[in-house]
Design a protein. Structure first.
Length: 394
């Protein structure tokens, strides 16, 4: 099958952590040997690389084309309009990409289907482009695209339009599938294909974890959070919870606009000496940090199917997580960790404290995680693609 995967959520040479969960899914799909995959991962257009423009200048630095994990990845540009951009985003994205996809087909020959990741604006734009090109489109919903954006009237209408016309619909969790149903999608049209984890990369590294703890001067217990420093990731709750966990150290891996605010919070709470802001950590380095932790903490208000939870479990680390969408589908047994009953600091503290008091063996957590490899998900994608292509050819 010749598949064109279309998404604005994809890593690049300048933003190596951006959308890494989509890259992981696609590279394992390509590893099946049953698809010829080209990735079109548009980035916002910006005219200057000058550092004074901050994060916007980084868009200009992204290469037009690169190869990642053996996959050809194209980065065409599209316009982003502040303030009015949310409603207009699918149309702007589709209009900007239309010439690029035409050129791509002329250069490389026709592809069989479009595989879009993230429903808004990507999926909506992909359905429009698919209609123009006469190609079936499969759209994967991943979180905010269906559990938050539909609260806005114009995007909700566009999502419904695209959902009716997509040839296939994938949800990364059963909980997100219910949000698709709220958009008017019948249950039988939704295929649930969870995220997976690379079990070879993410595995317990006891010696490396111990070395990292020694290097950082850490003693047990060690808590770890991985995620952008933004409100919905809930790092402020983890810092507040730390006040009631004497002796514990919290490692926070990630970057974002709230870092100064979170640092001030730690100072005021009197735990600044027990909170380590690690900044961005390369994906390949994360197993060392997971292996250095006793408990992984996720305090998000909403998620799709959080890869960080899967990565922690694969490294043998139990998880304390707020019940954001698909989390409960991952922490289905006590050995995996515990769900925080209420998204508040005290409830998080109580849950982490209880988990620390009865830590499951790393080997048992790792054994639980073995069910979350990528093979089943890739097989499900291939089966859906075949079905869609057969219906399209009929």
């Amino acid at each position: 099958m010749r598949v064109l995967s279309f998404t604005t959520l994809y890593p690049n040479a300048v933003q190596p952590r951006h959308g890494v969960f989509v890259e992981e899914r696609l590279r394992h799909l390509a590893a099946s040997g049953e698809v010829e995959l080209t990735v079109v991962a548009p980035v916002p257009w910006f005219p200057s690389r000058h550092p004074r423009f901050g994060r916007y200048a980084r868009f200009a630095e992204v290469p037009r084309e690169e190869t990642r994990h053996g996959l050809r990845v194209l980065h065409p540009r599209y316009p982003v309009l502040p303030k009015v951009g949310m409603n207009a985003a699918p149309g702007l994205l589709a209009a900007a990409l239309w010439p690029s996809l035409q050129r791509l087909e002329r250069a490389r020959g026709p592809f069989d289907l479009i595989d879009a990741h993230y429903f808004y604006p990507d999926g909506v734009a992909a359905v429009w482009l698919g209609q123009r090109l006469g190609k079936p489109v499969v759209v994967t919903s991943r979180g905010t695209d269906v559990n938050w954006i539909p609260r806005y009237r114009a995007p909700r209408a566009q999502l419904r339009w695209a959902a009716r016309r997509a040839a296939g619909l994938i949800s990364v969790s059963a909980a997100l599938g219910e949000h698709l149903r709220a958009l008017g999608v019948s249950r039988e049209r939704i295929t649930v294909l969870r995220n997976g984890v690379d079990l070879d990369t993410f595995r317990p590294l006891s010696e490396a974890g111990a070395a990292l703890r020694h290097k950082l001067g850490l003693s047990a217990p060690v808590l770890l959070s991985v995620g952008s420093l933004i409100e919905r990731k809930g790092h402020h709750l983890s810092i507040e919870a730390l006040r009631g966990l004497p002796g514990a150290t919290l490692l926070i891996a990630g970057e974002g606009p709230l870092r100064p605010q979170l640092e001030r919070q730690a100072e005021v709470a009197g735990v600044a000496d027990r909170v380590r802001f690690l900044g961005p950590v390369a994906h390949a380095d994360l197993p060392r940090y997971y292996s250095a932790a006793d408990v992984f903490v996720l305090a998000s208000s909403r998620e799709g199917m959080p890869n960080v939870v899967l990565e922690a479990l694969a490294c043998g680390v139990p998880v304390a997580a707020c019940n954001a969408e698909g989390v409960s589908e991952l922490l289905a047994e006590p050995v995996a960790g515990r769900i925080v009953p209420r998204r508040e600091a005290e409830s998080l503290r109580e849950t982490v404290s209880a988990l620390l008091a009865e830590l499951p063996p790393h080997e048992a957590v790792r054994a639980y995680a073995l069910r979350f490899g990528w093979d089943e998900t890739s097989a499900g994608q291939l089966a859906l693609f075949r079905t869609v292509m057969e219906k399209s050819a009929a």
